[in-house]
Design a protein around this ligand. Structure first.
Ligand code: CA
Length: 377
């Protein structure tokens, strides 16, 4: 039906002054005159991932049928597995998978969620994900939450701490004080999440978790270092509050370990593991084990579009989806590359209904921001 003729991997510069503020995109072209777009992890501007795409994966994709994406990408994953199955390789596969699903939808004239079996919902409630709270005072945390609640009317708020990863239990009384102040601000009925960003020992996490239970928080995210799966499980089993994790786990096998340990909501990231195919598999995995999946989200353009289609196709959804919105100005700027971003209002996003990802990339806007970082196939 179609053949891949070109695979580009490039950074998109949102500001030339701040190299860290770059996204990593792929653009796949076919002989059917259709292009698909994908996105990789934004860590370090995606530069390491783009190198793997350009040097290792792109040459093997040219000449292949984009509708064979799962077989082709799984073959490449295993061919290059020694590059590291827990890192850049999985994000490279993810970016390409998203682009090939975009092509598949455009070839067949259907949005991605239709090709995955249809939408349980086309309006997706979201929660505000507010980072950097370890560095704020209690008052500053309250003001930051208040501003975002007023602006976006989210269905829930998560306060992320983003503290120094080399210290544990740095300021437990201060963290609990911030959790209390936010509860007081939003009132008793409002859904809240607390993201420790791996900041506690097991003992520290139990102490904070008990306080969060008293305060009626809905979930406690990554209480311990992600690589201590048993410790994460011990915290999950000893507390009543739901413990969540998974944004730093990049294989299905790793996700199974987290579920077996006791994690009740898994938070796989479609840009870091498997793309749309991988996350659809994680949705099935969560269903099979009676746990929930609420994916991790960081980027308000292509990655968010992929995320919306995935949130549409999962049946159980007791929590809203994540909306990180790095900074107001950045998000508005980043969305200028799309002609049809998702409508947003009243704490919800509408799932795009156009073919593929349904977001219509404006190539004039995109091309002027492209920064090549690796030789192209
Ligand atoms: Ca997190």
């Amino acid at each position: 039906m179609a053949t891949i003729t070109n695979v580009e991997a490039f950074q998109v510069a949102w500001s030339d002054d701040v190299p860290a503020k770059r996204s990593g995109f792929v653009r796949v072209t076919t002989d059917a005159g259709i292009q698909g777009y994908g996105e990789c992890t934004p860590m370090q501007g995606g530069v390491h991932v783009l190198g793997i795409v350009a040097n290792n994966l792109a040459p093997a994709l040219v000449g292949r049928d984009p509708l064979d994406h799962a077989v082709v990408l799984d073959t490449l994953f295993h061919r290059f597995i020694k590059l590291g199955p827990e890192g850049s390789l999985t994000s490279a596969i993810a970016a390409l998978d998203i682009a090939l699903w975009d092509i598949k939808g455009k070839l067949l004239g259907q949005p991605v969620h239709k090709l995955l079996g249809g939408a349980w919902r086309t309006e997706i409630p979201f929660y505000t994900s507010l980072g950097g709270n370890a560095q704020r005072t209690v008052d500053a945390v309250v003001r930051a939450v208040e501003k975002r609640v007023k602006r976006d009317s989210p269905r829930a708020v998560k306060i992320r701490f983003d503290g120094d990863r080399t210290t544990l239990d740095h300021d437990i009384p201060g963290d609990i004080a911030k959790a209390k102040a936010v509860r007081k601000l939003v009132g008793d009925g409002f859904m809240l999440g607390f993201d420790a960003n791996n900041g506690y020992s097991v003992g520290g996490a139990i102490k904070v978790g008990r306080a969060l239970e008293e305060l009626g928080y809905a979930w406690f995210e990554e209480p311990t270092q992600h690589y201590y799966v048993k410790a994460m499980g011990e915290v999950a089993r000893r507390l009543d509050i739901v413990v969540t994790a998974g944004e730093q786990t990049y294989t299905m096998q790793g996700v199974v370990d987290l579920i077996d340990a006791g994690v009740k909501i898994i938070q796989c990231d479609p840009l870091k593991m498997g793309g749309i195919t991988g996350l659809a598999q994680c949705i099935a995995l969560a269903f099979a084990h009676g746990v929930e999946i609420v994916p991790h989200q960081t980027q308000p353009t292509i990655g968010h579009a992929a995320h919306l289609h995935l949130m549409a196709i999962k049946m159980h959804a007791t929590k809203p989806m994540e909306w990180n919105d790095p900074e107001e100005r950045d998000t508005a700027l980043m969305q200028t590359i799309m002609r049809a971003p998702w409508p947003m209002g009243n704490g919800t996003f509408r799932v795009p209904s156009g073919p593929g990802l349904g977001i219509e990339i404006d190539d004039d806007q995109l091309n002027r921001r492209i920064r090549r970082v690796a030789p192209q196939a």
